[in-house]
Design a protein around this ligand. Structure first.
Ligand SMILES: Cc1cc2nc3c(=O)[nH]c(=O)nc-3n(C[C@H](O)[C@H](O)[C@H](O)COP(=O)(O)O)c2cc1C
Length: 238
């Protein structure tokens, strides 16, 4: 089973750990590594620093372990730009596919030099929503699926002229029938979304990172202590 490893740039701007993390992952046999170009302290604020992905690519050269870039890919051209600017081997998408599963077809076309498919119409999106809800229901049961799909519907409809009343009703559906009924009036709509391929999902502000006690103290101090413990244990036959 190939195991991949994903990490951020580090704890904060003064504690970057990604280069060490990449090397350690390679030494431990990781099949690929992914870097999200933000520190933990940044959470989702600001923008991902793709230059750190480029640094990791350089640092991993010669290991044979592919480096995948991650952070702020919301449209097909973003993936191509990231690969060109950083030299990474591939990309990983997080928030960009929330309510936009067709993004992967767009990325694939863009990266293979094929024409990028047209964005779906509102009517087409209603079919995708129903299919998504049916699959969720198969997986989790209809009751749970009907609640879970509500947040996806909000993402799916972003930028579409769905109207406040329809959105309100969609946020309270309790069954697949409810969903079908509320979406029915726009099933044939050919409307296109406005600005649906911009940033989506969590953004927010930076925050303090909770770390284990003494985490940032001199790491070699602990190393010595651990070594002594191990020697003691060995001497005692433990
Ligand atoms: C719904 C959702 C679930 C996620 N789950 C995980 C996870 O389990 N493990 C992880 O390392 N990152 C997870 N992430 C973070 C993403 O993998 C990614 O690093 C981050 O969202 C930045 O990429 P983006 O700008 O494409 O969103 C998740 C993100 C989203 C939106």
């Amino acid at each position: 089973m190939p195991v991949t490893v994903k990490f951020r740039v580090g704890i904060d701007d003064t504690h970057h750990t990604h280069l060490d993390a990449g090397r350690i992952a390679a030494a431990e046999g990781a099949a690929a590594v992914t870097l999200h170009g933000r520190t933990a302290a940044q959470r989702y604020s600001g923008s991902a620093d793709w230059s750190q992905i480029a640094r990791l690519v350089d640092h991993m050269a010669g290991t044979g372990v592919p480096v995948l870039g991650n952070g702020d890919i919301f449209r097909a051209t973003d993936a191509a730009d990231m690969m060109e600017q950083t030299g990474c081997d591939g990309v990983v998408v997080g928030r960009g596919c929330l309510g936009r599963p067709w993004l992967f077809a767009e990325l694939s076309a863009q990266l293979q030099g094929r024409p990028v498919p047209a964005e779906p119409t509102l009517g087409e999106v209603t079919s995708v929503i129903m299919r998504h809800a049916e699959l969720l229901a198969e997986h989790d049961g209809e009751k749970h699926a009907s609640r879970d799909i509500r947040k996806h519907v909000a993402w799916y409809l972003r930028g579409f002229p769905a109207g406040g009343e329809m959105r309100r009703q969609l946020s309270t559906i309790n069954s697949l029938d409810d969903l079908r009924r509320v979406l029915d009036p726009v099933r044939g709509s050919t409307a296109k979304a406005v600005d649906a391929d911009g940033a989506r999902g969590r953004q927010g502000s930076p925050g303090r990172v909770s770390l284990p006690h003494n985490w940032l103290d001199d790491p070699y101090e602990d190393f010595v202590r651990v070594t002594e413990d191990v020697e003691d244990a060995a001497n005692n036959g433990g």
